[in-house]
Design a protein around this ligand. Structure first.
Ligand code: PLP
Length: 434
C-alpha cells in the first residue's frame, strides 16, 4: 500500500519509506492511500478473540501487503505483551485501561510497534543504524525509550529539559543504557524541540547519519493505536452488552489517539460517535464550534500531556473528512474542562465509585457523565496510570497513591545522562562524533 502526504505536494511512498522518514518531504503527514475494510464476519467471532489475535487481523488488513505475515504476527505479539482491560466504572460507563504496559501509558502501544517495524525495515534495507531523536517533556521519552530498548539497528537519543521532568519520568529514560542515550539539556522543552528540528534540517548531519523522529506523526506509531478500539468493542461483546450505540471519549492533545479510532471506524468498527475531550487547550473544541482552526500557544494544566496548542494530527482529521466541518462535527463532538473541573471529577469519582482516574482520564470520563444518552454505552480511554501524576492526584484525593512495582523498579536504576547545552552547534558536534 502507498502512503500520500496530506499536503499533496510530494510523491506517494511505500510503508517502509513512510516509517523511516516520518514526515513527507512537503512537511505533510502520511495517510494510507486506501482505508481497507474488515469483513463483517470478523465481528461475529470477535467476542472470543484475544487482544493479540484481534490486533493481528487489523494489522494484517492495514500492513499485510508490506510486511510478511510471520514477521507482522511477531511484531504484534511482542508489542502487546500486556492486557488492555475494559473496566466497569458506573452504569453504562467503562474505562479502557491503556496503562498496563511498561511505562504505564497508552503511548507504549504505538512506540513498541513502531520500534519493531522500524528495526525490521531498516534491516531489510541493509542500511546503517537509524537514529531516533525525541524531545520530551516526560511521557513520550519514556514510552519511546522503553519501546526501542534493545531493538537492533536503532539508536535513540532522548532530549529532555534538565530539572523540569518528574523524578519518576526521568528514571524511565535515563537508567536504561544499551541503545538509549538521555541528553540532559540545559534549557526548556521548547529548546529540546528546537534542537531536534534543527538536526532534521541540518545537511551535514543528514549526510552523516539516518535521522528519524518517533512522535505521533509517524504512521507506525499512530495507526497501531486502533487495535485497542477493536478490543474494547470485543470486550463489550463478550459481556453481552448492546453494541449499537457505542460512544468513545478520547482525552486528546495531538489527536493521534482519536485519529486512530476514526480510521478504525472507517475500516468497519461499529462505533456510533466519538468525543474529543480537551483540557483548556481547546483548539479542536473551538474548531467544532466555529469551523475555524486557530492554533495558539499552549497553557499548562494538570492534564499536561494534553497541553498542545497546535494538534499535529488535525491535518489527518481534515484529510479523512475531505475538509468538511459538517462531516467532522457529525462524527465527533467536543468538550473542554478547567483544572478545577478535572480535579472535581477525579475526586467525586473516587469517592462515589472507588475508581481512581488520572487527570487525563478524568477529562474523558467527565465528558461521558455530561454527554451520554440513555441508550448509549460510553467508553473513555484511560490514557495513563494515576501514579504517573502522583503529586497532583494525591493533592486532589488527599490520600497516598501507591506506585506500582513496575514504576518503582525504574527508580532503582542508576541515572546516566549526557549534559548538553541548548545551543545547536554543541548538539551537532556531539552527534557528528557519536
Ligand atoms: C499523549 C497523551 C495524551 C494525548 O494523546 P494524543 O494522541 O496526543 O491526543 C493523553 N493522555 C496521556 C496520558 C498522554 O500521554
Amino acid at each position: 500500500m502507498q502512503y500520500y502526504s496530506t499536503n499533496g505536494n510530494s510523491p506517494k511512498v511505500s510503508l517502509q519509506e513512510a516509517v523511516i522518514h516520518g514526515l513527507a518531504s512537503d512537511k505533510g503527514l502520511f495517510m494510507p492511500e486506501v482505508i481497507p475494510t474488515i469483513p463483517k464476519a470478523f465481528f461475529n467471532n470477535i467476542a472470543e478473540m484475544s487482544l493479540q489475535d484481534i490486533a493481528y487481523v487489523v494489522a494484517n488488513t492495514l500492513f499485510g501487503q508490506d510486511v510478511e505475515s510471520e514477521i507482522l504476527k511477531q511484531i504484534v505479539n511482542e508489542t502487546l505483551n500486556f492486557d488492555i482491560p475494559l473496566v466497569h466504572v458506573a452504569e453504562n460507563r467503562y474505562s479502557l485501561e491503556l496503562f498496563h504496559g511498561p511505562t504505564l501509558a497508552f503511548k507504549d502501544v504505538g512506540a513498541r510497534f513502531m520500534a519493531r517495524l522500524l528495526g525490521y525495515f531498516n534491516k531489510e534495507k541493509g542500511k546503517s543504524d537509524v537514529n531516533v531523536l525525541v524531545a520530551t517533556s516526560g511521557d513520550t521519552g519514556s514510552a519511546v525509550a522503553n519501546g526501542f530498548l534493545n531493538v537492533p539497528g536503532v539508536r535513540v537519543f532522548v532530549l529532555y529539559p534538565k530539572g523540569k521532568v518528574s523524578k519518576i519520568q526521568e528514571a524511565q529514560f535515563t537508567t536504561l543504557g544499551a541503545n538509549i542515550t538521555a541528553l540532559e539539556v540545559n534549557g526548556t522543552f521548547d529548546d529540546c524541540q528546537a534542537l531536534v528540528k534543527n538536526a532534521f534540517i541540518d545537511k551535514d548531519l543528514n549526510e552523516k547519519m539516518q535521522l528519524t523522529s518517533a512522535n505521533s506523526i509517524n504512521v507506525a506509531r499512530f495507526l497501531p493505536q486502533m487495535f485497542y478500539y477493536f478490543y474494547a468493542y470485543a470486550q463489550l461483546a463478550h459481556m453481552g452488552k448492546s453494541l449499537d450505540n457505542i460512544v468513545i471519549s478520547v482525552p486528546s492533545g495531538n489527536f493521534g489517539n482519536i485519529t486512530a479510532g476514526l480510521i478504525g471506524k472507517r475500516m468497519g468498527l461499529p462505533i456510533k460517535r466519538f468525543i474529543a475531550a480537551n483540557n483548556r487547550n481547546d483548539i479542536f473544541f473551538q474548531y467544532l464550534l466555529t469551523g475555524k482552526y486557530t492554533p495558539r500557544p499552549s497553557i499548562a494544566t494538570i492534564a499536561n500531556a494534553m497541553d498542545v496548542g497546535a494538534p499535529s494530527n488535525f491535518a489527518r482529521i481534515l484529510d479523512l473528512y475531505e475538509q468538511s466541518h459538517d462531516a467532522i462535527a457529525t462524527e465527533i463532538s467536543g468538550c473542554t474542562y478547567t483544572d478545577e473541573e478535572i480535579a472535581e471529577t477525579l475526586k467525586a469519582t473516587y469517592d462515589k465509585t472507588g475508581y481512581l482516574l488520572d487527570p487525563h482520564g478524568a477529562v474523558g470520563y467527565r465528558s461521558l457523565l455530561e454527554n451520554l444518552k440513555d441508550n448509549e454505552i460510553g467508553i473513555f480511554l484511560e490514557t495513563a496510570h494515576p501514579a504517573k501524576f502522583k503529586d497532583t492526584v494525591e493533592g486532589i484525593i488527599q490520600k497516598e497513591v501507591k506506585i506500582p512495582n513496575k514504576l518503582a523498579e525504574f527508580m532503582k536504576g542508576t541515572k546516566s545522562t549526557v549534559k548538553m547545552s541548548s545551543a545547536f552547534p554543541a548538539f551537532k558536534k556531539y552527534l557528528m562524533n557519536v
